[in-house]
Design a protein around this ligand. Structure first.
Ligand SMILES: Cc1cc2nc3c(=O)[nH]c(=O)nc-3n(C[C@H](O)[C@H](O)[C@H](O)COP(=O)(O)O)c2cc1C
Length: 264
């Protein structure tokens, strides 16, 4: 089992990094207590060359290997591929994610056409000096959900710019315990087999776009067809253990979202 924390702050000893360390330490302790093997890793985006998306759509229309930008994206993507759960942490910069985190999200945008991460979990958090973290978390959560990730949760940490780990522990210790436990349990109990109502609804939203030959780009259509997700009876990326009532609720949610956001 592997848990990766991707940190979108240039301050390697800053708040976002400290929170990631605290989460990973707790996850490690849970594994030790249960005599389980786990690997944890921190990845600082600042250590990688990540160019801005040029918007050419080569990745979306012709395949991700056709991206004209040559940099470290594939190295970062390989780290995500290896992980069972990924923690995405960003500082709030003017009410949104840092430019490093946004660059990563934009460069991986093709995945919302051809979902790969449906067996992985994600936790999203942001740290800020004072303002609400909701908008920042929504930027990350929205992308990750559309990539197929099972979103464990979102969290906001309001912390002074210069802060000792001690103060963070004092203020957020219980919340960090709860989040670490949630990640641990999700991974070890393979809870991707029990997707949330939102995840099931997200699948249907994608299916509407990607599995229709009149609407979908040929590359996406081919991918969805090969995966078997195009079939009318397919209601998620994998065989899952959701109850009938959960599936029904996801259909209601899907129809509501379609009506409010997509069809308007
Ligand atoms: C460029 C910049 C923009 C910021 N914008 C906001 C903001 O809009 N709202 C807020 O509450 N804090 C803002 N902050 C404060 C940071 O979000 C906060 O200090 C964060 O915890 C820093 O994380 P780090 O220590 O991991 O770099 C900003 C900081 C910087 C450097």
């Amino acid at each position: 089992m592997k848990i990766l924390a991707i940190i979108g702050s240039g301050r390697k000893k800053g708040n976002t990094s400290t929170i990631a360390s605290m989460l990973l330490k707790r996850i490690n302790e849970l594994a030790i207590a249960e005599d389980e093997q786990i690997q944890v890793e921190k990845l600082f985006l600042v250590d990688y060359e990540l160019k801005h998306c040029l918007g050419c759509r080569a990745c979306m229309d012709r395949g991700e290997d056709k991206c004209p930008l040559k940099d470290d994206l594939t190295k970062i993507k390989a780290k995500i591929d290896e992980a069972d759960a990924v923690i995405f942490g960003s500082p709030v910069y003017i009410d949104n994610v840092s430019s490093m985190m946004k660059a990563l999200i934009d460069r991986l945008a093709y995945i919302c056409h051809r979902q790969e991460f449906y067996k992985k979990f994600a936790l999203v958090y942001s740290t800020s000096g004072g303002s609400a973290n909701k908008h920042t978390n929504r930027t990350m959560a929205g992308a990750l959900l559309s990539w197929g990730f099972n979103l464990i949760g979102t969290a906001g940490f309001i912390i002074k710019h210069h802060n000792s780990g001690l103060e963070i522990e004092e203020k957020y210790s219980k919340n960090l315990d709860r989040l670490a436990k949630k990640i641990y349990v999700s991974v070890f109990d393979e809870l991707y087999l029990k997707p949330s109502i939102l995840a099931l609804a997200m699948f249907r939203l994608q299916q509407k776009e990607r599995a229709d030959p009149k609407k979908a780009h040929p590359l996406d259509y081919k991918y969805w067809k090969e995966k078997g997700w195009k079939k009318q009876e397919a209601n998620y990326y994998i065989e899952h253990q959701s109850s009938k009532i959960k599936i029904l609720l996801s259909i209601i949610l899907y129809k509501t979202i379609s009506m409010i956001f997509v069809d308007s």
